[in-house]
Design a protein around this ligand. Structure first.
Ligand code: ATP
Ligand code: CA
Ligand code: CA
Length: 183
């Protein structure tokens, strides 16, 4: 699929929750996400702007694991990119396979994420360990669909929520790297 996503720094979760409820967004699941990012022995993903990760999600007693590939960003304003994701059974074994064939762990990113849904948007309120509050708005498209309309509608929704600045195309991984916090 194509991930069309915009990320922005926000001042407060509670204030944003109120705004989301005011426009009629629906609160959905809240989960803890632990992401292990890998770098490739063939290309430097930091330079090629790709990503490979294993994500473990926990919601109460329910644990799920996903492996995700993200391609390079394909536009200037948002974080539109190809994303391939699938469920897997065992995070440790998957990590062992990656390491056995030369992939290296870069960093682990942990966060609590509260999801909201509104029209065809997926909204995330992200409480990342070591970072300020962030919000992401995303639309998932099929391969080949035009992303410019989706992108515009995302910025319109931000405006509706009174967010007109603080947009950030940097990944949480890079934001943490920039702070120089070790794992
Ligand atoms: P999602 O939207 O899938 O839930 P997320 O919101 O938790 O993910 P993002 O910051 O949106 O996290 O995306 C993860 C980012 O990490 C990607 O933008 C990817 O390019 C970046 N990344 C992965 N590996 C590296 C690396 N080695 N160096 C720099 N950036 C990397
Ligand atoms: Ca996303
Ligand atoms: Ca994201």
């Amino acid at each position: 699929m194509i991930e069309v996503e915009v990320k922005a720094k926000i001042t407060s979760f509670s204030e944003m929750e109120k705004k989301l409820e005011n426009i009629g967004a629906t609160k959905s699941k809240k989960e803890f996400q632990e992401d292990i990012y890998f770098n490739s022995p063939i290309v430097n993903f930091a330079e090629s702007d790709e990503a490979l990760r294993i994500r473990t999600t926990k919601e109460n007693d329910n644990v799920d694991i996903f492996i995700t590939y993200k391609g390079p960003k394909i536009d200037k304003k948002s974080k539109t990119r190809k994303e391939i994701e699938m469920k897997i059974e065992d995070a440790e074994k998957c990590s062992d396979i990656f390491e056995a064939i030369g992939f290296r762990k870069v960093r682990t990113v942990r966060k609590n994420r509260q999801y909201y849904t509104y029209e065809n948007f997926e909204i995330s309120l992200d409480d990342i360990e070591g970072l300020d509050p962030y919000m992401e708005i995303e639309i998932g498209l099929k391969d080949g669909e035009d992303y410019s309309k989706a992108q515009k509608s995302i910025f319109d929704l931000f405006e509706k929520l009174n967010i007109t600045e603080g947009f950030d195309r940097t990944s949480y991984l890079e934001l943490l790297e920039n702070l120089n916090i070790t794992n």
